[in-house]
Design a protein around this ligand. Structure first.
Ligand code: NAD
Ligand code: MG
Length: 389
């Protein structure tokens, strides 16, 4: 029996994880959950799974949840210390599926407690990079990438007892759907709405990652994520736009072989793989019907219309806090876009300005990362209120 702590239980990844857990009640036990504010959804989860501990983002949300769940054996808590506490409490695996930088501390708590960490929350790895990976090594943690592309790369790399190696690898081929605006002209992209940006052609996901997919910032974050996870640089990674999202990424080898991982686009596949690796279980996802797919297409990314991808690569080479600054700017930009305060194309402009104006520091401890995050958010807000209003 594997005991699971689920951070970000009420989100899209949270829902798919619960679906896998519910299919195998004799293999997985949900012992703790965390979410920010979705009290009603969290109450449903608590009634169904009866976890030992449930943590919300605020006292008000905790109190509301407790009253909706009166009589359950669950302990109801709130705040980031409790989120860190459940990640290091009695459990075997931590699913890190909180959205954004807010997931960093609880994810690190799971790593420091030596749990198997299932990493969906890419922003925590992107911002804390080297420190994050050093903790993984120090605590001998099995870090399973849940992001579908990185999970695919993991499946395509040579496997060892403790994970994967880079033996004989030439390049990592990171696929991208291209998002809902792949075929839009620059002029058409000027006026797109949040609803259009959130309507992803192949995946149903949370709002923030959906906007990131539309702006290709998601691919930028994933480029950095791949560099940290697999110990490569952006020069070793080729982004390949593949609109069908059937190939989830590939690895090319020095002998000319290319190995791809394919499947219907459903996050239950990478989630279940992360939970049971090196074994596999049935997920309930429909088998891939290649005759129905019939064609797979590939194209190069357009860095003119989607400059975020270039910015991510620049941030990697700048190093230090540059990736935390870019991520913070982007989180503020996406939130402002969703509120109608920023146009879609301004997301990348704002990201660029914040990155250019940030004082990049060497990361020798976590506090430096938190300071960079805070300063970049303030700068982004100032720019939104002045130059972008
Ligand atoms: P979502 O918006 O659907 O859910 C986010 C979850 O995080 C919710 O449970 C929310 O309550 C919680 N949360 C948000 N802010 C919080 C805070 N400050 N403190 C505590 N909890 C907080 O997002 P999602 O689509 O499930 O994505 C979650 C993470 O997984 C993101 O980092 C995303 O990039 C990554 N990811 C998602 C997908 C996908 O298919 N949805 C694929 C790959 C990676
Ligand atoms: Mg992905």
């Amino acid at each position: 029996m594997q005991k699971i702590c689920l951070l970000g239980a009420t989100g899209s990844i949270g829902r798919s994880t619960l679906d896998v857990i519910a299919q195998y009640p004799d293999q997985f036990e949900l012992v703790s959950v965390a979410a920010n504010a979705s009290v009603e959804r969290m109450a449903e989860i608590c009634h169904q799974f009866q976890p030992k501990r449930a943590v919300m983002g605020s006292k008000a949300a905790r109190d509301q949840l407790a009253s909706l769940c009166a009589g359950l054996p669950t302990q109801f808590e709130y705040g980031s210390e409790s989120m860190e506490s459940i990640a290091s409490d009695d459990c075997d695996q931590v699913m890190a599926a909180i959205m954004g930088f807010a997931g960093l501390r609880p994810t690190l708590a799971g790593i420091r407690a030596g749990k198997r960490v299932l990493l969906a929350n890419k922003e925590s790895l992107v911002t804390a990079g080297r420190l994050f990976m050093d903790e993984v090594t120090k605590h001998k943690v099995t870090l399973m990438p849940i992001d579908s592309e990185h999970n695919a790369i993991y499946q395509c790399l040579p496997q060892s007892d403790s994970g994967v190696t880079k033996r004989d690898v030439d390049k990592v081929l990171l696929t991208a759907s291209g998002g809902p605006f792949r075929t839009y002209s620059y002029d058409q992209m000027k006026t797109v709405t949040p609803a259009q940006a959130c309507a992803h052609p192949n995946w149903s996901m949370g709002q923030k990652i959906s906007v990131d997919s539309a702006s290709l910032m998601n691919k930028g974050l994933e480029l950095i994520e791949a560099c940290w996870l697999f110990d490569v640089t952006p020069a070793d990674v080729q982004v390949v736009v593949h609109p069908e999202s059937i190939i989830h990424s590939m690895v090319s080898y020095k002998d000319g072989s290319v190995i791809a991982q394919m499947g219907n686009p459903d996050m239950k596949i990478p989630i279940a793989y992360g939970m049971t690796w090196p074994a596999r279980i049935e997920t309930g996802v429909e088998a891939l019907d290649l005759f129905q797919v019939s064609q797979l297409n590939f194209e190069a990314p357009d860095l003119e219309r989607f400059p975020n991808l270039k910015l991510a690569s620049e941030a990697w080479y700048l190093g230090g806090t540059a990736m935390a600054c870019l991520n913070a700017a982007n989180e503020e930009a996406v939130a402002a876009f969703l509120k109608g305060q920023l146009s879609f194309l301004d997301i990348a402009r704002l990201n660029q300005q914040v990155l250019e104006r940030s004082d990049i520091k060497v990361v020798n401890d976590l506090e430096v990362v938190f300071e960079a995050d805070e300063q970049s958010r303030v700068l982004a807000q100032q720019l939104i209120a002045s130059e972008f209003s």
